[in-house]
Design a protein around this ligand. Structure first.
Ligand SMILES: N[C@@H](Cc1c[nH]cn1)C(=O)NCC(=O)O
Length: 480
């Protein structure tokens, strides 16, 4: 009887949904901080005597690209994935959240401290100290939030495999999107409430993240208890999970399916997250929206995701069609960015409709992409596989905002108002359209590869017994 009750933690629906709520809240806090500077771009570009930091679009782009510096160049994400597969989700999650905290603190210090206008030259370019310190903090934060992201994916696989896995991943993403939506929607209001402050919203993010850490620690306690229970209930007949070996990286990177997934990820996300970083400024410059309210329409995108990502995740769980879903999402992306690039479509209603459509596309692709990875990669290599995919993605998250900042300053300035430049966003939006076209191409290749190898991307995740036999036969065929 006691054993029966004890085994319930791994079987219990309540326990696994509670786990999801705890870790998803930590991610919400992480995503809030990731995107909170986007609606402050206008203020960051305001001259110092006007209460801003006097950055150019290029400098804002540099700061935004810092997110990927350490992940890309120091391979921190890949080390994070290895640590995850070696040390487990509890250690890695606490470590990642603590790194986020230190990073946000440094970023807050950078923008709130008076460095007396001093600059430093790095690789031939001048950096003001606030920009440099804030960027270093953001770079460290980027390491933490990315490692936390892969950790949470692995936690969901551990607690939801064979159950409502895509729905759970969709819900986790929905929570993360609440963080993004709040960041974009309310940061300008917070800033205004504290007298156009840049540092106060960051400080509030820091406090929020402390609560996120506590939430993760509660998960740690539950997860530990589950492992103790599972160990006590083990009959010894269960198949032990193979430990991760260094050579497993080679197994992962020699899979064509893995590369299609990683490329689709970098291309698709390069057209969304970096777009969001500039979306409030696009609203001001193209659609004539007041800076204080510039985050409202872009914030609808993540809020739309909140309902739609779990909906499409649930659909994928039950009906399959993962590869097709990713193709549809890519087609939508091309249409939306193409429409944004047309200068005469400058009514705010157009912006509203396009953002709603982008919300649908940005729900379709992630809801199918992330639960598809375990169909290609075995569970003991999942942490490393997610890390490698995120590493590839981080090249885009780092490079694209940087490139857009340069393009804006070089080719898109149309005039000056209150000491700040005004921009025509046509070229940046055409660049985002190109990412959509490339994403479509890769998603078609992925579907073809799935047909050849039988990964089962088009099959439902929740399988009836007959489906399981069929899927195993297909996977067997594919591996031969
Ligand atoms: N690697 C993350 C990137 C990210 C951006 N903001 C916070 N994290 C990722 O792609 N996560 C999956 C997602 O759909 O958000």
């Amino acid at each position: 009887m006691t054993e029966q009750i004890q085994r319930k933690l791994s079987e219990s629906k309540t326990a696994r949904w509670a786990v999801l709520a705890l870790v998803a809240f930590t991610m919400l806090c992480g995503y809030f901080i990731t995107d909170m500077m986007a609606p402050l771009q206008d203020l960051l570009q305001t001259p110092v005597d006007g209460g801003g930091l006097g950055w150019t679009a290029n400098e804002y782009g540099k700061f935004t690209s810092a997110y990927g510096w350490f992940n890309v160049f120091f391979l921190m994400l890949i080390f994070g994935g290895m640590i995850l597969d070696k040390m487990g989700v509890r250690f890695t999650g606490v470590m990642a959240t603590s790194i986020m905290l230190v990073g946000v603190f440094i970023k807050w210090f950078g923008v709130s401290h008076d460095f007396g206008g001093e600059t430093v030259s790095i690789f031939g370019t001048e950096w003001g100290y606030p920009l440099l310190v804030a960027s270093l903090g953001y770079a460290l934060f980027g390491v933490g939030v990315e490692i936390a992201g892969i950790t949470v994916s692995k936690i969901i696989v551990k607690w939801f495999k064979g159950k409502e896995m895509a729905l759970a991943m969709g819900l986790e993403m929905a929570c993360a999107r609440i963080g993004t939506g709040l960041a974009i929607g309310i940061t300008p209001l917070l800033s205004r409430a504290f007298g156009n402050s840049i540092s106060m919203p960051i400080f509030i993010g820091l406090i929020l993240l402390c609560i996120g850490l506590i939430s993760f620690i509660v998960f740690v306690v539950m997860d530990k208890r589950r492992d103790v229970e599972d160990a006590a209930a083990a009959t010894g007949e269960e198949e032990a999970e193979e430990p991760f070996r260094f050579g497993d990286i080679l197994d992962i990177i020699t899979l064509k399916g893995f590369w299609y997934m990683a490329l689709l990820c970098v291309l698709f996300y390069s057209a969304v997250f970096p777009f969001l970083k500039y979306a409030p400024n696009l609203m001001i410059n193209k659609f004539g929206i007041d800076p204080e309210w510039s985050g409202v329409i872009p914030a609808l995108l993540p809020f739309g995701n909140i309902l739609l990502t779990p909906f499409f995740g649930n659909l994928y769980d039950r009906k399959g069609k993962g590869a097709t879903i990713m193709i549809i999402g890519s087609v939508m992306l091309i249409f939306i960015h193409c429409m944004f690039s047309i200068p005469m479509l400058n009514n705010w209603i157009v912006a509203l409709c396009l953002i709603i459509l982008l919300g649908i596309a940005f729900s379709l692709v992630p809801s199918a992409m992330w639960p598809s990875v375990p169909k290609i990669i075995p569970e003991n290599k999942l942490g490393t596989a997610y890390a490698l995919i995120f590493w590839v993605q981080n090249w885009g998250l780092m490079g694209v905002p940087y490139m857009i900042g340069i393009v804006l300053d070089k080719y898109c300035i149309t005039g000056m108002v209150d000491g700040k430049p005004t921009y025509n966003y046509m070229i940046p939006m055409m660049i985002f359209t190109c990412f959509g076209i490339l994403a479509l191409f890769i998603s078609l290749l992925l579907k073809r590869e799935d047909r050849i190898k039988g990964y089962g991307l088009e099959l439902p995740n929740i399988q009836k017994d007959a489906d399981i036999v069929l899927a195993e036969e297909m996977i067997g065929e594919g591996q031969r």
